[in-house]
Design a protein around this ligand. Structure first.
Ligand SMILES: [Mg+2]
Length: 414
């Protein structure tokens, strides 16, 4: 089966008019139309690998063009040829001798890489008849590490160290799989706090999500301090003092402005401030983190972090307390696994970004693998959950009592 040939790559520009309802609105992205560049890899025996990268509407066609440019590296290959040497294949995709100039390993080209790589993992799961979290969990430490390109990160983690960490994490794996299958993985919600929502909508949604069992709520901030104070007061009043509230500024502030702004919101007992400033500013995040530490507020970022090199710097400098990988960014699953391994070694919690289009559907697999086969821990970790665009998927996420339920079904498209 793994000798099956990939015969074509189809790419699609898919957009939803979410800006009409202010769904997904934040201080920086005031009118997102949740969209994706979608990839369908077709094989000679009819199996398909489906993957995507998330976009905000205009410009999706540029990502689609980039995917088409990279397609020649995938089409014509045997699936087994790719999966048996996945780390090197990943490098051939990201370091193509001429295309590389357009990145390297960042921006539109890396979004396109993520879409293709995610489609390949979907195909691999279908060939093995396993959901991707289980496929990952069943790989030996040596196999898992073989999919990762360690170039640029071996000063923080080597292949050998990664194998050793994964070996140690095998203890208790079967029991954790059972725990996961029974209880699922904790979710927090951003649904209550989009910036464009009215006070009435925020109030209604807080009551709704509290009743659904959520204990961690995230609120968008950063446009107007008085509005932020008012909205946070409403949210705190409804969810109570025992539940968790975090905030997200989506990169809108300068470093000092972030510190001053968040200090004024500290009375609302916040767990983290997410994306306070530029996603490229490691030292800026460190300054914010140091300034907010005495207030008990952590710093989170990652949904727009461009690659494993920048993640390395965020993690090794302690600039963040919560690492927010995104399933449709950096170079897809292979590169994201390297971030999980660095986070594990450096003792930083991973709390994935999700929402958008298909991000919840994809990222749950990675966090479930992390729980089962790497960190072994769910405490103080959550996967973001937003109730949008799930209806378009054949196998949408299943949430029960604010927990993602482990996907079991393999729906094979013919
Ligand atoms: Mg965010």
């Amino acid at each position: 089966m793994s000798d099956v040939k990939i015969v074509s790559l189809e790419s699609k520009d898919v957009r939803f008019p979410t800006s009409l309802g202010a769904h997904g609105s934040d201080a920086m992205h005031k009118d997102p139309d949740y969209s994706c560049a979608y990839v369908i890899l077709k094989t000679e025996n009819g199996l398909e690998g489906n993957g995507l990268t998330f976009t905000c509407g205009r410009g999706t066609e540029i990502v689609v063009t980039a995917i088409n440019t990279l397609s020649t590296i995938v089409v014509g290959k045997l699936a087994g040829e790719i999966f048996n040497d996945f780390g090197n294949f990943w490098r051939s995709l990201t370091s193509e001798t001429q295309i590389r100039w357009l990145g390297p390993e960042k921006g539109v080209m890396h979004l396109a890489t993520a879409a293709i790589i995610n489609a390949l993992w979907d195909l691999w799961g279908k060939i093995e008849k396993k959901p991707v979290w289980r496929l990952l969990a069943d790989l030996t430490p040596e196999q898992l590490v073989s999919v990762i390109d360690f170039r640029y990160i071996s000063d923080v983690i080597t292949k050998e160290e990664a194998i050793e960490i994964l070996r140690q994490s095998q203890t208790g794996k079967e029991q954790r799989i059972q725990t996961l299958l029974t209880g699922g993985y904790p979710a927090y919600t951003t649904q209550v706090g989009w910036l464009g929502y009215t006070e009435e909508t925020v109030t209604r949604l807080c009551h709704e999500y509290l009743a659904l069992g959520y204990t961690h709520f995230k609120v968008k901030v950063g446009q107007n301090i008085e509005d932020d104070i008012r909205r946070l007061r409403t949210v705190r009043k409804i969810v109570g003092q025992d539940n968790i509230v975090s905030i997200d500024a989506n990169q809108v502030w300068d470093v000092n402005q972030a510190i001053e702004w968040v200090k004024r919101l500290a009375e609302f007992k916040l767990l983290w401030i997410e994306e306070p400033t530029s996603p490229d500013d490691v030292l800026g995040h460190l300054a914010i983190s140091n300034a907010l530490k005495p207030l008990g507020i952590g710093v989170a970022t990652g949904e727009m972090c461009c690659n494993r090199v920048l993640f390395k710097q965020f993690l090794q400098s302690n600039a963040i307390q919560y690492c927010q990988i995104d399933s449709a960014r950096i170079g897809g699953v292979n590169e994201i696994l390297s971030v999980y391994l660095m986070a594990k070694k450096l003792g930083i919690k991973v709390c994935p970004h999700a929402g958008g289009v298909g991000l919840c559907e994809m990222v749950q697999h990675l966090q479930m693998w992390d729980y089962v086969a790497l960190s072994g821990d769910k405490e103080g970790r959550w996967v973001e959950y937003v109730d949008q665009q799930h209806e378009h998927f054949v196998n949408p996420v299943v949430i029960k009592n604010a927990h993602y339920q482990a996907p079991l079904v393999i729906n094979v498209h013919k």
